[in-house]
Design a protein around this ligand. Structure first.
Ligand SMILES: [Zn+2]
Length: 63
């Protein structure tokens, strides 16, 4: 996960920058190190793959 300016993050799919409040985090249940940040558009395109958990609020990750 690439945090930008303390409160923004880079979408792992389209590589655009969004506010933390505007993205979701896909976590792999078996491996917490393997996670993806997705903006709303990319989440709509990708959905939640089997074995992943969707976390909609990751604002606590801001600095
Ligand atoms: Zn995206």
């Amino acid at each position: 996960m690439k945090i930008v300016d303390g409160d923004k993050v880079v979408c792992d799919r389209c590589e655009s920058v969004f506010l933390l409040a505007d993205v979701s985090l896909l976590e792999k249940e078996t491996n917490r190190n393997y996670e993806k940040v997705l903006c709303d558009d990319c989440l709509g395109a990708v959905g939640v793959p089997r074995g992943y958990t969707l976390r909609r609020d990751i604002t606590h990750l801001g600095q």
